[in-house]
Design a protein around this ligand. Structure first.
Ligand code: WTA
Length: 650
């Protein structure tokens, strides 16, 4: 198709011999998973401990958006991630290596130590009345208490919802109002790149006027923060209290009991609460972690994501810990104290497997190779990429400069909704093509559909990416709104799960993800809905209307570009732009700040009043030759003005 002949990297010999999944095994297992789906997934489920076996492997109906796995089975995620290993020879192995924002700050928890901390905090939660099924919101920086909280909540059968520390008070509040948590966990503040983030202050603002009766506060920055009585309690006082025991039996929960809710942006409305359940999610997270990263006992594994996103849930916490791995958790940023920080951490902890995002790779690569070359990096044997398509130039740099040409790169395509990786190379089984996520994981049946006819295309094809069959890690519903779940993912193409991404399948059956086909912008791997940003902009009293689109950006992948129409009589100014940016930061958070705001006397609309974003995208990306026919617009002349005044250095 449109792809030129890309370079192919063969599987390195040592992987051919020693990888968990070799080429033949991949094909055999893939075939088995497709032909005998339930038999395959029953076998794979043995990877975790069940208090009681399931009665039925799966029940899936995409026409009604009903998805269940391991029905009747009983298990517990924290038991699988901790107790199992404490009872084995891994008891004193490092479970979690925490690396602070400050390079001199790090701390290791063995499985035994982590088990103890989790049990103690689980007892604290119980003391505050948290029971099975209750929601608990976590608004913490990347500190060990974040991991401990998640596991403690899972241990007692409650449901966590982690809100990324970069979200604003308003964003936190809307999530609190949506899922009605019994307890909120936060900290006095957090450190990122040497700066303090005022989490408690945001949390106080978010909690105002809500039903939350208990807030537990971790001391991190030691800044003075006010505690509101009787609502707020210090983490350290509670966990160190003499009546808190070290034991807390793990609740035996149903395979389909909820494990967590994670809010994510879509093309319309407010972020939705993606709900994942227990058994299927854990089987899928641990199995993908083991095979995609070829994880073997003794490896040190580091995923640089934040636990506020799905990548952190599945591939810092649950997948690695279920596999008894040593997982690194990093509080800081790639450029503090300098652009070599990632490589320092790899050398310091002798990391073998490293998983990061293309945006980080590009940001570091642009600073030159010397930051990398000053470090050794000999411990590395496998690299990973996630969050957005990786451009071949960044891939090649990552492979050559970081991986010294000997580490395969697993470019993993997946989503918050999918719980785990769907399309990816396996390092011992897949020759690599830079820029392609390559082939489906076991049990994953991708389909490329023609976006207009909805017909499934065969062979080499370009279209929208859907999934034909379910897999255990798939989300089960949108919290509190099952109809939205159906409408968002199953209504466009009947009988398929629609990812929202476009893709190309090449002659070798390799998949090339081309990016979102809906109104979702992927800024540095963070999903941002255009509708959310527009709603924030129009909150400004002088704004009449706004349209937001994503433009290509060298480092971030995409950046936000906003067209804003002011109320009649209002004079545009730089101050007004600043106020609009502030509206966005207040409503969503700094990650949604636009790179450019262009004043638009009017927006291109159809006669029925629909904003033509396609045209706006072409204007902002300097592709006005491709705008095409504008005669259907209510007023075609607005396009000329927008072209004339577009922002050049966005
Ligand atoms: C994009 C992150 C290309 C895609 C795990 C998807 C990717 C969205 C890749 C999900 C990849 C993620 N190649 N695109 N390897 N990984 N994406 O929910 O557009 O934060 O739909 O999950 O990121 O983002 P989310």
């Amino acid at each position: 198709m449109e792809q030129q002949q890309p370079k192919v990297y063969d599987i390195p010999d040592d992987y051919k011999q020693n990888a968990l999944i070799t080429e033949n095994r991949y094909h055999d297992m893939y075939r088995e998973a497709t032909e005998q789906n339930d038999v395959f997934w029953a076998k794979q489920a043995e990877i975790i401990h069940w208090f009681k076996k399931w009665d039925k492997v799966s029940e899936v109906d995409y026409h009604k958006a009903n998805i269940k796995w391991y029905i009747g089975g009983k298990t517990n995620v924290a038991y699988n991630c901790l107790d199992r290993h404490v009872m084995s020879s891994k008891k004193n192995q490092a479970a979690l290596i925490w690396e602070g924002d400050d390079p001199h700050d790090s701390k290791t928890y063995t499985y035994l130590q982590l088990h103890r901390e989790v049990s103690r905090f689980a007892n604290v939660l119980k003391k505050f009345g948290v029971k099975k099924g209750d929601r608990v919101i976590i608004y913490l920086p990347m500190i060990p208490e974040l991991a401990i909280s998640c596991l403690a909540i899972a241990r007692i059968g409650a449901v966590h919802s982690v809100v990324f520390g970069g979200f604003s008070a308003e964003a936190l509040k809307s999530r609190i109002l949506d899922c009605d948590p019994k307890v909120v966990i936060t900290s006095d503040g957090g450190f990122r790149g040497g700066k303090v983030v005022p989490l408690k202050k945001n949390c106080d603002a978010a909690l105002e006027g809500t039903n939350v009766k208990t807030c537990i506060v971790v001391k991190r920055t030691h800044d003075t923060v006010p505690l509101t009585t009787p609502r707020d309690h210090w983490w350290h006082t509670e966990t160190n209290s003499a009546d808190i025991r070290n034991e807390c039996p793990a609740e035996q929960v149903d395979a389909e009991d909820p494990l967590f809710i994670l809010y994510t942006s879509g093309s319309t409305g407010k972020p939705k609460g993606v709900l994942h359940t227990t058994g299927g999610y854990l089987v899928y997270a641990s199995m993908t972690h083991r095979y995609v990263f070829d994880y073997k006992d003794g490896d040190t594994y580091w995923c640089t994501a934040d636990i506020g996103w799905i990548t952190g849930h599945s591939y810092i916490l649950y997948g690695p810990l279920a596999n008894g791995a040593t997982t690194v958790m990093f509080e800081g940023v790639p450029n503090y104290p300098d652009y070599g920080r990632f490589w320092d951490v790899i050398d310091k902890h002798q990391v073998n497997i490293f998983y990061t995002a293309p945006t980080a790779i590009r940001a570091i690569a642009k600073e030159g190779d010397e930051h990398v070359n000053k470090r050794s990096l000999t411990s590395l044997r496998l690299l990973g990429s996630v969050g957005e398509p990786i451009n071949p130039e960044a891939w090649e740099w990552y492979h050559k400069t970081v991986g010294k040409g000997k580490c395969p790169i697993v470019d993993t395509f997946w989503q918050t909704e999918t719980g785990g990786i769907l399309i990816t190379p396996l390092p011992g089984a897949t020759p690599l093509k830079p820029g392609s996520a390559t082939r489906p994981f076991f049990g994953i049946q991708p389909a490329v559909l023609d976006p207009t006819t909805g017909k499934e295309l065969e062979g080499e094809a370009k279209g929208v990416l859907c999934m034909k069959a379910s897999w255990p890690g798939q989300m089960r519903t949108v919290f509190g709104d099952h109809d939205r779940f159906f409408q968002t993912y199953f209504s466009q193409y009947k009988g398929y799960y629609f990812t929202g991404d476009g893709c190309i399948r090449d002659k070798d059956g390799y998949y090339w993800i081309t990016g979102r086909v809906d109104d979702v912008i992927n800024v540095s791997g963070h999903r941002i809905g255009t509708a959310e940003v527009e709603s924030a902009i129009v909150l400004h009293k002088n704004v009449a209307e706004a349209a937001v689109i994503g433009i290509n950006h060298k480092i971030k992948g995409q950046a936000i570009y906003a067209f804003v129409t002011l109320n009649t009589g209002i004079t545009p100014s730089e101050d007004l732009k600043k106020e609009i940016v502030q509206c966005i930061r207040t409503e969503i958070g700094p990650i949604a700040s636009p790179d450019a705001i262009q004043w638009a006397p009017a927006l291109p609309k159809t006669r029925s009043g629909k904003i033509m974003r396609r045209i706006l995208r072409k204007i902002a990306d300097f592709q006005e030759n491709e705008i095409g026919d504008t005669s259907t617009l209510a007023d075609p002349s607005v396009v000329d003005d927008l072209i004339k005044n577009r922002i050049k250095d966005a």
